[in-house]
Ligand binder design. Structure first.
Ligand SMILES: C[S@@+](CC[C@H](N)C(=O)[O-])C[C@H]1O[C@@H](n2cnc3c(N)ncnc32)[C@H](O)[C@@H]1O
Length: 181
């Protein structure tokens, strides 16, 4: 989804809207520094398991096995875009999959701009995947978001990745500071 390389894992990484995704569990096990945020993390693993009861599958069980210990260690934190409880530049990389752009009909342009600005505040680089809405159209918020970030001094680029869940959804937005000469 994010075209990550070994070098990316040297940074402290923020996973935004990770939900029950296994990224934090798997990457932490390998010794990397990951914090995930989600409004869902207010609930204990048992409460989330109850909510997911009808769709529990091996992947969910594995992630929940990591969850309570990870939550106690501060790797899973309750937080919600567009406002994050982190200091400026606390992370080297912020990742957000299947939340921004995908839900463009529910989350409006102003929300997207505010959310991206907040991610850029807490991280020196941000990657968002995918760029398509649920209707598989390029998000109408993509251009306004890029324009806002560029006017703040950020460089934005659309990068092809080797992952495609929705047909045609194999691109991510990469945002980083313009290199100083
Ligand atoms: C479709 S899931 C994607 C989960 C995971 N990132 C993935 O790609 O499999 C969207 C997640 O975003 C979380 N979410 C919803 N609103 C949010 C917000 N304002 N800030 C952060 N996370 C949010 C939801 O709780 C849900 O877990």
């Amino acid at each position: 989804m994010f075209g990550l390389t070994a070098k990316n894992y040297e940074s402290r990484i923020l996973g935004c809207g990770d939900g029950p995704a296994s990224f934090n569990a798997e990457a932490s096990k390998l010794g990397n520094r990951i914090v995930s945020i989600n409004p869902l993390y207010d609930f204990s693993g048992a409460e989330i398991a109850r909510r997911f009861d009808e769709i529990v599958e091996p992947m969910i069980s594995q992630v929940l096995a990591d969850y309570d210990a990870g939550r106690a260690a501060g790797r899973y934190q309750t937080a919600k875009l567009p406002s994050l409880p982190f200091v400026d530049g606390e992370f080297g990389l912020a990742l957000c999959s299947h939340l921004l752009f995908l839900y463009s009909e529910i989350l409006d342009r102003d929300f997207h701009i505010a959310a991206l600005r907040e991610l850029c505040r807490v991280s020196t680089e941000v990657r968002i995947f995918p760029l398509l809405t649920l209707a598989r159209k390029i998000s109408p918020h993509l251009e306004p978001v890029q324009a806002a970030l560029q006017s703040d001094g950020w460089q934005t680029e659309i990068v092809k990745v080797n992952y495609e869940l929705q047909k045609g959804g194999n691109e991510m937005l990469r945002v980083h500071r313009v290199a100083q000469s």
